[in-house]
Design a protein around this ligand. Structure first.
Ligand SMILES: [Zn+2]
Length: 468
């Protein structure tokens, strides 16, 4: 069970922030999670200083105090694999097998994207993730300087990789390396970077081997898709006599830190291969996109049995339709129960653990994010209490998750205080007898919801965004 021992604030003096009285999610070192009632979190210098009892901080001076009674206090969620700008394609390719989805819809549209489109898409995606409690994400796309800009202005934390195919020639790999070195440590340390070959079936063995060498030389992790589905695995076996997991092993990618996206085609014969990795291996599972493409599910139980952390992800919004990690938790738990034919696997608590600590471990950010513990980063900043946001391009509305109704969509109802209450009986009679509609009380400007996107707009100097 998690350690419930209160951690005393380390230093005297005023804290930056005290969150007190809430039910705090706590983790132990053995993948156990629990909830500490009437607890408190103390933040100093942007980091968590203590997780303790509310009573212990009752007299602690603080620049800001949040009353969390009746609420849960969690670490920020982590989206372990996405393509943020693809919110622009949400609903544009529905009910299709992956080959048609990619070759006939998505890839032709992506070739027409401008850098500016990518910037707008990334900003929208950041706003959507913030509204769903995500504070860290791993992104794998193109024009990644635009995504880095969105990370800078949003206050989020991200691992970013500029994707490439072998069809791009050596320039693709060199651009990925250049980006990774240039942006590493950016946004005040909130940006980490990866090399990002697309997948073993689109990047040659020679390029994967070269990527492993660059990763080793420069101390960079690698983020790629592999064994995305069973068909890919069968195709690889038929064509090369090895699985899509054995290819990274042969090319040296399992000797550097690597994050594998999807992995629904991982076989039992892959387990010794993954287990023999000499560096960190993590797998990201995106259950909603797996369901959409009628794939199997990632073998979470097998991977955990050999100590491979499995993070939760949403993939891009073109395949997953949301960037909601809460939904990934629900679907992971349900799909694992069905796949294992065991209602005890995987529990809601385990799903929460996957979305936090397991994801942090898969990204190599364990100890910094993913749990509320002394030394961890504060997840706050501009995105506390943000309203839901989401890009809804006009492709197939039925495929897009309805968002909460906004103020201007609601039917206006008579305002109970539209007429000022009469002050005396004589005026009350006059008031009732007046057939004219009462004038609305004057208000200088209509109030608009302060959405996460509007918060980002205020911080972005891009003209098209700033003018919204
Ligand atoms: Zn992906």
């Amino acid at each position: 069970m998690p350690d419930r021992t209160p951690h005393t604030p380390s230093r005297p003096g005023a804290a930056d922030l005290v969150i007190e009285g809430g039910t705090v999610l706590v983790h132990d070192d053995h993948d156990g999670i629990g909830f500490a009632e009437d607890a408190a979190v103390v933040v100093r210098n942007g980091r968590i200083d203590a997780v303790t009892t509310a009573a212990a901080v009752a007299d602690l001076p603080a620049a800001e105090r949040l009353d969390a009674r009746g609420r849960a206090v969690l670490s920020g969620l982590i989206n372990c694999h996405t393509h943020a700008p693809m919110v622009l394609f949400r609903g544009s390719a529905e009910d299709l097998p992956i080959e048609e989805w990619f070759n006939e819809r998505i890839w032709p549209a992506e070739t027409r994207l401008t850098d500016h489109d990518v910037r707008l898409g990334a900003l929208l995606a950041c706003a959507e993730m913030i509204s769903r409690g995500v504070t860290t994400f791993a992104d794998h796309y193109f024009a990644m300087d635009e995504v880095a800009h969105a990370v800078e202005v949003s206050g989020l934390r991200a691992n970013l990789g500029w994707a490439y195919f072998s069809s791009m020639g050596p320039a693709g790999r060199e651009r990925s390396l250049d980006f990774a070195l240039r942006r590493r440590g950016g946004a005040g340390g909130r940006i980490t970077t990866s090399l990002a070959p697309h997948a073993p079936y689109t990047v040659s063995d020679a390029d994967l081997r070269a990527t492993a060498g660059l990763a080793r030389d420069h101390g960079l992790p690698v983020h790629l898709h592999a064994a995305e589905n069973r068909e890919q695995t069968e195709h690889s076996l038929a064509r090369h006599g090895r699985t899509p997991i054995e290819t990274p092993h042969r090319t040296g990618l399992l000797d550097v830190d690597v994050l594998i996206a999807h992995g629904t085609g991982i076989l039992e014969r892959d387990l010794p291969v993954l287990g023999s990795a000499t560096a960190r291996v993590g797998v990201a599972t995106a259950p909603r996109s797996h369901l959409k493409f009628a794939w199997d599910t990632t073998p979470v139980r097998l991977l955990r049995s050999i100590g491979v952390p499995v993070g939760l992800a949403t993939d891009g919004a073109a395949s997953n339709n949301t960037l909601d990690v809460w939904e990934s938790m629900t679907l992971t738990a349900l799909m694992q129960k069905a796949a294992e034919r065991d209602p005890r696997w995987l529990t809601a608590r385990q799903a929460l653990d996957h979305a936090t600590t397991q994801s942090a471990r898969a990204l190599g950010l364990d100890g910094q994010v993913g749990r509320l513990a002394p030394g961890g980063h504060r997840a706050g900043g501009p995105h506390r209490a943000a309203r839901p946001a989401g890009a809804r391009p006009g492709h197939r509305p039925r495929a897009q998750r309805p968002l909460r109704r906004r103020t201007h969509h609601r039917r206006r109802r008579p305002r109970p205080h539209a007429r000022p209450p009469p002050a005396d009986p004589r005026r009350a009679r006059d008031h009732r007898g007046d057939p004219r509609p009462a004038a609305r009380p004057a208000r200088s400007r209509p109030r608009r919801p302060r959405s996460a996107l509007r918060r980002l707009s205020a911080r972005c100097h891009c003209p098209a965004v700033a003018s919204r």
